[in-house]
Ligand binder design. Structure first.
Ligand SMILES: [Zn+2]
Length: 147
């Protein structure tokens, strides 16, 4: 039994044998039938191109999610994203944990505040140092990496 996704993929497959059928129709002089079969193939090709665009977008989005999950670290009460050996952030861990969004904290006179949820963190709780240690590590333990 085929899954729904496999069945849909099968429906969208370009049936290559149909090109030979179109050729045969032209060769035998059945021009109207050949034109109709060719138009049908053209429609199937356009559908495949559209599906390919959507799938490429999904692959890119999943790549972004994977990259984020591999480079997001928890440092006490805030999150950081490690990109090109530089810590980006700080970001609100509450917003990431609850809604999956990265909300960059804003430094105010009272501390660091999340513009999304309003959480206010004491300045002493946020150690801003945007560079990695001399040995190229974050200084975070592996247990601090969010899964
Ligand atoms: Zn927040």
């Amino acid at each position: 039994m085929q899954s729904r996704q496999n069945k849909k993929a099968h429906e969208n497959m370009l049936e290559f044998y149909r090109f030979k059928a179109v050729y045969d129709l032209f060769a035998q002089g059945f021009f109207d039938e050949a034109k109709a079969a060719l138009a049908s193939l053209q429609q199937a090709y356009i559908s495949l191109c559209d599906e390919n665009i959507v799938l490429k977008q999904q692959v890119n989005e999943l790549g972004d999610i994977l990259h984020l999950s591999q480079n997001l670290v928890l440092d006490g009460t805030v999150c950081w994203v490690i990109a090109d050996k530089i810590k980006q952030g700080p970001y609100c861990c509450a917003c990431f944990s609850e809604e999956g969004i990265l909300s960059r904290l804003v430094e105010t006179k009272d501390g660091w505040q999340c513009p999304h949820c309003g959480e206010l963190l004491d300045k002493d709780d946020v150690k801003v140092n945007n560079f990695l240690n001399n040995n190229g590590t974050t200084g975070f333990s592996s247990s601090s990496i969010l899964k």
